[in-house]
Write a protein that binds this ligand. Structure first.
Ligand SMILES: NC(=O)C1=CN([C@@H]2O[C@H](COP(=O)(O)OP(=O)(O)OC[C@H]3O[C@@H](n4cnc5c(N)ncnc54)[C@H](OP(=O)(O)O)[C@@H]3O)[C@@H](O)[C@H]2O)C=CC1
Ligand SMILES: CC(=O)N[C@@H](CCC(=O)OP(=O)(O)O)C(=O)O
Length: 344
């Protein structure tokens, strides 16, 4: 398969290159950047020297790049992928967007939270969270790859919501991310003295991943979900730990909770059930496509507390995109992704 990466100079793009260059069924034919056009990508990312020295191109010629690619992976800020999707709409090229443009069923929700008009409302698109949407991803023209905090949080809560074990109006998600989640461009809150030896929340009650998590959990349980989501920035480069709380429905016990996780995930290679009482850590998944999940029950408050850990750049972005690519190509989902985490 010939694949191209739009926005290859971003962190998600760089991680896509790492994974796709090692993928036995993918050939990376075009990589783009507007700020480093005509420069070898290995000048921007010296860790790729001698492995991939392809010159970066501008996306101004996206039709030619599209015509030369079976798949286009897009790693641009929100609001840019839909223009590409529209331009390539009549071509056979398939699109995997790592941003948010194609994640919502209702583009009005996107417009409300992302504050930009949606310009490709009638796009044939599917939500790209493999464990939930495999059959639709298989033949999709456009895959809206799930977000990073959202992947960790949805996977943690899905079995509880699916089996109706919790009151869906009581869900609280407290998530922590490494700073690569914010992208490569310089921003004051991510400047070393602001970040190092510090721990801070942001986006309280306003973060854009809130409606995405609500949409997926509503789809799974069939009951409208409204929840609280609070993200935090941690002074590490990669990783997300999501701590999710919900009130158990009457009569639900430890055994029912544990059974729900095993029923949903026992056959999922990338979900590692660490079990009741376990403490997943970001370091146990670093550089890999795994999502580790552990659950706890507080019998005093009748709350279930679920912990999930992912690498934001892998299962939260590029790895998930490659998993979706594998499904869309009819390949084994693990192709190019059977990587042990980097430890320590
Ligand atoms: N980082 C993460 O953990 C995750 C990121 N994502 C999503 O992936 C996408 C990329 O994120 P990330 O890699 O972190 O972002 P970065 O900021 O690191 O990279 C952004 C990329 O987009 C390009 N770009 C920026 N502005 C424009 C523009 N106006 N027109 C064309 N190209 C532009 C940049 O290229 P250049 O400046 O060289 O032209 C660069 O290649 C986003 O939608 C993000 O939400 C999803 C999940 C996790
Ligand atoms: C730490 C940090 O800043 N994280 C980003 C995560 C969002 C992101 O990268 O976008 P996706 O929606 O494509 O996952 C943020 O909070 O905006």
């Amino acid at each position: 398969m010939k694949v191209s990466i739009i926005g290859a100079t971003g962190y998600a793009g760089a991680e896509l290159m790492r994974l796709l260059l090692n993928h036995p069924d993918a050939e990376v034919v075009h990589v783009t950047s507007e700020s480093h056009t005509n420069v070898p990508v290995s000048d921007v990312y010296p860790h790729l020297k001698g492995i991939y020295d392809q010159k970066l191109e501008s996306l101004s010629d996206i039709k030619r790049i599209g015509a030369d690619s079976d798949f286009i992976f897009i790693g641009l800020p929100a609001g840019h992928a839909m223009e590409i999707g529209r331009t390539l709409a009549d071509m056979p090229t398939r699109i995997i967007d790592l941003g948010a443009d194609y994640r919502f069923h209702d583009t009005a929700v996107y417009e409300e939270w992302y504050k930009v008009p949606h310009t490709h409302k009638d796009a044939e698109r599917v939500y790209g969270l493999a464990e939930l949407n495999r059959s639709k991803i298989k033949n999709a023209k456009i895959i809206g790859n799930a977000g990073c905090y959202t992947t960790a949080s949805i996977l943690a809560l899905a079995p509880l919501v699916k089996e109706h074990l919790v009151d869906v109006h009581t869900i609280v998600i407290d998530a922590k991310s490494g700073v690569s989640g914010a992208g490569r461009s310089a921003k004051l809150p991510n400047h070393f003295p602001e970040l190092y030896d510090n721990f801070k929340a942001y986006g309280v009650a306003t973060h854009r991943h809130t409606p995405e998590i609500e949409q997926a959990l509503t789809d799974i349980g069939g009951e409208k979900v409204l929840l609280n989501f609070t993200p935090h920035l941690v002074p590490m480069s990669r990783g997300i730990l999501s701590t999710c709380y919900a009130q158990l429905r009457e009569g639900v016990d430890e055994a029912a909770v544990t059974k729900a996780y095993h029923t949903m995930y026992d056959d999922e290679y990338f979900i590692r059930l660490r079990g009741l009482g376990a403490y997943p850590e970001t370091k146990y998944v670093r550089g890999s496509n795994f999502c580790d999940i552990g659950w706890h029950i507080d019998n005093r408050t009748r709350r279930v507390i679920v912990l999930s850990a992912i690498d934001n750049l892998v299962k939260g972005a590029a790895g998930q995109a490659v998993q979706n690519f594998n499904i869309a190509c009819g390949l084994d989902e693990k192709t190019g992704l059977a990587l042990a985490p980097v430890y320590p």
